[in-house]
Design a protein around this ligand. Structure first.
Ligand code: ADP
Ligand code: ZN
Length: 628
């Protein structure tokens, strides 16, 4: 049972958001002042223009201007609404010589005529191209420039104001990535599943011919830094197709309709360079369940974006040669519409690496680092349970930096130790590496679940036992997969499920004589099953075959809704007591069963502590060998 797996935001993401928020606030304020700033700049620009235009030609008194005409030094005069400009004769260049304010002088035109000076009037207020540029376009350009820089820092607010519907700088078209599966260490299961996508991209015609089921969308599920982006790039690299990437949070913008048009553009681009891979990071940012939008309003913009994405995905077929790979670490919040056949109907789990995987990631990243011959990367791997690939890459880099700082040419084991300490200190408490005592408790606990699943008739077979922490309070898990899709459960099977849930704690009690908080979620679920056996399925002695109705009130502000019961108080007391009795009875049974098999409890746990993840086959081997 994946008892310790909790749902919630990813640790670490909240810190970096704070900075971002601050920027957002600042730029939001700036946006409000934008009109004023703009007007200021334009007025300033116009003033500047006046000064600029005036400064080119020397301004003189009207009387001097007249004297220049009389002296025959001007050949041509431009008469504006409130100014005069005199030009030199063509023989000396014909440039503007003097400027003056226009005076209402009836003798002026006769003077011009007598001197043979040509003259012409300029219609009022025609600023000309140059002055438009300086007076209007220039300030606006400055504004746009500032605004753009600001909005980039703010993470996108103003960007749409400037480029509504365009997704410049949003879609990162990388062309061919050059990354292959060799660049991804560990993650063997994920790679195996993605092989098929690669094959399809290489031979689309073959698939189209046979009419086989073509993957359109693949969802990579896993914690941050587990290499989801890297894997998507590798798929593109292996298949030799172009790769386009963008992040879901960048879709959801300020104006309704912008995100949707970005999706449209993105797919247009993808089709144009097909075969291609479109990678959408943080799919949950657009794909959050529409139903879970909350009580007050919703997010129209996100909904439109999501709808457009669905439309695009439905719109292409096998021949289009576009495959969408998306990544999320919160698949449970996704709108079910996204997971329907023909959309992201394939999910690939990208787990944090186990011991072997960690060693491979470390080795890969250490390839270009000069290591002291005494460095033992498996020791580093052992000390870093629960860290993702990105953390490990970081540790290698940090160790190298430490060696450089110490003026050494080779990286030593102690550099790694220090790098690990630094990196672990930087992680949130929940995400930390388990200390040895806790690891042992978790290992016995999970083995308890797994063994009980093995010994309960009708329980789903054990697929995987893991003590690789899964982020957010998940210290380990035992995964059971039903051998076929099940719609009916017998009473004995339900009791078996309760047994499996209780077995984690039972194992702790048997081995340590003490129990831990690690079973919190197990107990909730066990009690839920027992209670529903009584109220929903009529499986109790007193209310045999009687349905006891209860329903949840309307969910408000995430309190989950209070349960409203529609039966007598005394019945409730019976339900509570009967639930407790069932749990007690099953717990005794579980303790007895596990005590009978303490040898297995020890041997499987020892193996689990050693290799961290035990898969189905290995588990069968371990229990089969001893049980026979
Ligand atoms: P995600 O997309 O899951 O958050 P990334 O793919 O961005 O993670 O991983 C970040 C970096 O961590 C990668 O560029 C790579 O250097 C390193 N990394 C993560 N997982 C692996 C792995 N399995 N093998 C090698 N490097 C990895
Ligand atoms: Zn458990």
């Amino acid at each position: 049972m994946s008892d310790e797996v909790q749902r919630g935001p990813v640790p670490g993401s909240s810190d970096s958001n704070q900075d971002n928020d601050q920027w957002r606030r600042i730029s939001a304020r700036l946006v409000r002042w934008l009109p004023l700033i703009l007007i200021g700049l334009i007025v300033g620009g116009q003033l500047l223009l006046g000064a600029f235009a005036g400064s080119q030609v020397p301004t003189v008194d009207y009387s001097q201007f007249k004297a220049e005409i009389e002296a025959g030094r001007l050949s041509r005069v431009e008469i504006g609404t409130d100014y005069l400009v005199g030009y030199a004769p063509d023989s000396s260049g014909g440039g503007a010589l003097y400027r003056t304010a226009r005076v209402d002088d009836p003798a002026f035109v006769p003077l011009l005529e007598s001197q043979g000076v040509s003259f012409y009037a300029v219609p009022p207020q025609s600023p000309g191209i140059l002055s438009s540029i300086i007076g209007w376009i220039f300030p606006i350009a400055i504004m746009l420039f500032l605004f753009r820089r600001l909005s980039r820092a703010a993470g996108g607010i103003g960007q749409d104001v400037l480029s509504i519907g365009k997704n410049r700088s949003k879609v990162v078209a990388e062309g061919e990535t050059g990354v292959t599966f060799k660049d991804v260490a560990g993650a063997d299961e994920a790679k195996a599943e993605l092989e098929e996508v690669v094959d399809f991209l290489k031979n689309p015609a073959r698939y189209a011919e046979i009419g086989g089921k073509i993957p359109k969308g693949v969802l990579l599920v896993g914690a941050p830094g587990t290499g989801k982006t890297l894997l998507a790039r590798a798929v593109a690299g292996e298949a030799g197709v172009s790769f386009m990437r963008l992040s879901g949070s960048e879709f959801v913008e300020m104006f309704v309709g912008v995100g949707a048009s970005r999706v449209r553009d993105l797919f247009k681009q993808a089709r144009a360079s097909s075969p291609s891979i479109v990678f959408i990071d943080e799919l949950d940012a657009i794909g959050k369940s529409r139903a879970g939008g909350g009580v007050v309003g919703g997010n129209d913009e996100r909904e439109q974006t999501l709808n457009q994405l669905l439309v695009e995905m439905d719109g292409f077929d096998a021949r289009t040669g576009v495959i969408v790979i998306a990544a999320t670490n919160r698949p449970e919040v996704l709108d079910p519409a996204l997971l329907r056949p023909g959309r992201f109907d394939r999910q690939v789990l990208v787990d944090k690496p186990d011991l072997k995987g960690r060693e491979e990631v470390l080795a890969l990243h250490a390839e270009n680092v000069k290591l002291d011959p005494n460095v033992d990367l498996s020791r580093v791997a052992r000390a870093t349970a629960g860290l993702a690939g990105a953390d490990l890459a970081n540790i290698v880099n940090e160790a190298a930096l430490l060696a450089v700082r110490a003026d050494r040419r080779l990286v030593r084991q102690e550099d790694f130790s220090e790098a690990i300490e630094k990196s672990i200190a930087g992680l949130s408490r929940k995400n930390r590496v388990l200390e040895e005592g806790e690891r042992r408790i978790v290992a016995y606990h999970e083995t308890g679940h797994a063994l009980m699943a093995h010994f309960s008739p009708g329980a789903d077979p054990v697929e995987k036992i893991s003590i690789v922490p899964r982020g957010m309070g998940a210290l380990g898990y035992t995964l059971q997969l039903p051998s076929e899709e099940r719609f009916l459960r017998t009473k004995n099977e339900l009791l078996g499920q309760i047994d499996v849930l209780l077995a984690g704690r039972a194992a702790e009690e048997i081995i340590f004589g003490d129990i831990s908080t690690g079973a919190g979620n197990d107990l909730t679920r066990a009690a839920e099953i027992a209670r529903r056996m009584i109220t929903d399925y009529g499986m109790s002695d007193r209310f045999r075959n009687v349905y006891l109705p209860s329903r949840r009130g309307p969910s408000f502000l995430d309190d989950g809704g209070a349960v409203q019961r529609e039966y007598a108080e005394s019945t409730q007391t019976y339900v509570d007591e009967e639930t407790a009795r069932i749990i007690e009875e099953r717990y005794e049974h579980v303790i007895a069963t596990l005590r009978e098999h303490t040898d297995l409890l020890e041997s499987v746990t020892a193996e689990l502590l050693k290799i961290e993840v035990i898969d189905r086959d290995r588990f069968a081997e371990l229990v089969g060998a001893q049980a026979a």
